[in-house]
Ligand binder design. Structure first.
Ligand code: HEC
Ligand code: HEC
Length: 248
């Protein structure tokens, strides 16, 4: 009984601070972010609606992101999708005759013209980023999609083995960059996925992307359960690579 009373007192003592932090963050979300980002769901249900979307959905942010990544990205936002969210506008996804030889182009999914300019995005202060990250982590509309997911950390792979899975077995690099400047342009960069995303989200999204986003281009790709675990372990390993060290 004493313990119950203590917990209640403790909850009352700490809750005002928590609630006000969450409220500040929610206020910022509603005032400065909602004009571009969907904070309430659902995801686009038709192809027409998909192509009206110009910013990623955030209504399941709490099921998707790692909080510490949010805090740092919101203070220093950088492009994650090399061709933008609305990639049909910036990439050539149809076979086009080569302008000299008149033969069909062999390359698909290449950028039209120049690479996009650097992302222009709201920049938050450290204090704002903390409260906004708290508010985003409370948005958990897709809880049921991650409920049964668990990373098996015994299914480890080397970088080389992971690359074979991604490049050769499943062809993920045809749509995703798996190293800066290498890979396709439709999906978000995969080489930072392990530091941005929760493992349970990656497992669930790679297994059935259309449970999250019914009209998305990423196919429900029959990835074998064992390979699914290996791919997510690989993405976590890949995110620890330091590309600047090798390019200097
Ligand atoms: C003018 C439109 C616009 C506004 C306003 C805006 N954003 Fe964004 N945001 C974008 C776009 C576009 C991207 C995608 C960037 C990319 O992938 O390269 C993005 C990406 C993000 C991401 C990464 C999402 C993901 O799935 O990869 C987060 C988190 C985010 N924004 C949070 C916010 C917050 C918080 C605010 C308000 C303080 C905000 N944004 C305001 C357009 C906007
Ligand atoms: C036909 C193109 C295509 C293929 C092939 C593809 N993806 Fe995707 N992928 C996408 C698109 C499009 C998105 C979501 C776009 C968005 O959020 O803007 C996505 C999203 C993701 C996400 C969530 C990323 C994030 O930051 O939100 C992960 C993880 C992912 N894909 C991994 C994979 C893996 C692993 C494979 C191979 C098994 C693969 N994808 C194959 C197009 C593709």
């Amino acid at each position: 009984m004493k313990r119950v009373l203590f917990s209640i007192l403790l909850a009352v003592a700490i809750s005002p601070a928590l609630v006000s932090a969450g409220e500040d963050g929610t206020e910022i979300l509603n005032q400065r972010c909602a004009e571009c980002h969907n904070l309430t769901g659902p995801a686009p249900q038709t192809i027409r609606d998909l192509w009206k979307r110009d910013a990623p959905d955030l209504f399941y942010a709490g099921n998707k992101f790692r909080r510490e990544w949010l805090v740092s990205w919101l203070q220093k936002p950088e492009r994650l999708r090399p061709a933008g969210v609305n990639y049909l506008r910036t990439i050539n996804s149809t076979p086009k005759k080569h302008q000299d030889t008149k033969k069909d182009a062999k390359q698909f999914d290449v950028l039209w013209g120049a690479v996009l300019k650097p992302l222009r995005h709201d920049i938050l202060t450290g204090a704002e980023a903390e409260v906004v990250a708290d508010a985003l982590m409370q948005l958990k509309a897709n809880e049921e999609q991650v409920a049964g997911m668990m990373l098996d950390t015994s299914k480890t792979v080397t970088l080389e083995q992971g690359e074979v899975l991604i490049d050769k077995v499943y062809g993920c690099q045809s749509c995703h960059q798996i190293e800066p400047g290498f890979g396709g342009y439709t999906g978000p960069e995969l080489y930072t996925a392990g530091s941005r995303l929760q493992p349970e989200f990656m497992l669930s999204y790679i297994k059935r992307p259309r449970n999250w986003d019914p009209k998305i281009w990423m196919p429900n790709g029959n990835v074998k359960p064992e390979d699914l675990q290996k791919i997510v372990n690989y993405l976590i390993l890949l995110a620890k690579e330091d590309y600047h060290a090798t390019s200097d």
